[in-house]
Design a protein around this ligand. Structure first.
Ligand code: NAP
Length: 273
């Protein structure tokens, strides 16, 4: 039981397809005590059975990260429940639709502000406001994507947000390291979730990744969950400031693999439709 005695909160479970659910499940299976959050009342009812399954039906709290008072209330609730916590997971992102397709050059200042506030600043603000209750051997985790490092069609504004999020991981890791807080991100391969449905041509992205990743498949929330559990547990006690790829190896490819047909002509190993 790698998480026995560990207590923490997981933000960003929308349903059982969420990456955050995969991480919560893996942590629970390894003995962690959890609290989880929902965005607003509309989602509270949906999350009740999930909270029950995760053994935290009495620790299901509202937290819209655009409302600082809700983050403060979350901190107070966690302090009451647990005293100190050993980890938190930030699995939250949002960009207005205009930022996830079409011409990048046309993105508005308001869409940029919203995406950066919800997808980036919220991670820093959670670290800031939960810090007084973080134990001296704690680990915090966020979720990124390769579109923050290289151009990915339609990822547009979210690519800018993920680049800023990944740098926030490094600056937070240095700043909080002296307090015994480790800070890491998982860069997950594409997975069909609610948030992913907002990205233009997402199904093509899934096919392209499965065709070109060294493992020739897409990853699951269970695989991301297990890696998340490792980064939150003492198994990774020497790791901080890391962007850990869980993407079937896709990010190592500089060029699609080439095979040769019977005439010796090169063909790309593409099995998409
Ligand atoms: P998801 O299930 O839709 O989770 C996204 C979560 O963000 C939802 O729980 C959503 O809440 C929450 N959220 C949005 N605005 C919020 C706010 N103002 N306050 C609090 N919570 C808010 O999708 P997911 O794919 O698992 O996404 C989780 C993370 O993984 C994101 O950072 C995403 O960018 C990242 N990621 C995803 C993929 C992928 O392919 N799926 C790949 C790499 C990285 P509601 O649903 O209640 O609105």
């Amino acid at each position: 039981m790698f998480m026995k005695g560990k207590k923490g909160v997981i933000l960003g479970i929308a349903n059982k397809r969420s990456i955050a659910y995969g991480i919560a499940k893996a942590c629970r299976e390894q003995g962690a005590e959890l609290a989880i959050t929902y965005l607003n009342e509309k989602f509270q009812r949906k999350l009740e059975p999930i909270a029950q399954e995760l053994g935290c039906e009495n620790r299901l709290y509202p937290c819209d990260v655009t409302k600082p008072e809700e983050i403060i209330a979350l901190k107070e609730a966690l302090e009451k429940d647990f005293g100190k916590i050993d980890f938190f997971v930030h699995s939250i992102a949002f960009a207005p639709k205009e930022g996830l397709s079409g011409r990048f050059v046309n993105i508005s200042k308001e869409a940029f502000r919203v995406a950066m506030e919800i997808s980036v600043y919220s991670f820093i603000e959670l670290a800031q406001k939960l810090k007084p209750i973080l134990s001296e051997n704690s680990s915090i985790l966020t979720l990124s994507y390769y579109g923050g490092v290289k151009y990915i069609p339609n990822y547009n504004l979210m690519g800018i947000a993920k680049a800023a999020l990944e740098m926030s991981v490094r600056y937070l890791a240095e700043d909080l390291g002296k307090d015994g807080v480790r800070v890491n991100a998982i860069s997950a391969g594409p997975i069909k979730t609610l948030a992913a449905a907002g990205i233009g041509d997402f199904n093509f992205m899934l096919k392209w990744n499965a065709a070109h990743a060294p493992l020739k498949k897409n990853v699951t929330i269970e695989e991301v969950g297990n890696s998340g559990m490792y980064l939150l547990s003492d198994l990774s006690s020497g790791v901080t400031g890391e962007i850990h790829y869980v993407d079937a190896g896709f990010h190592i490819m500089g060029m699609p693999a080439v095979t040769f047909d019977e005439n010796g002509k090169p063909t790309i190993a593409w099995n998409g439709e």
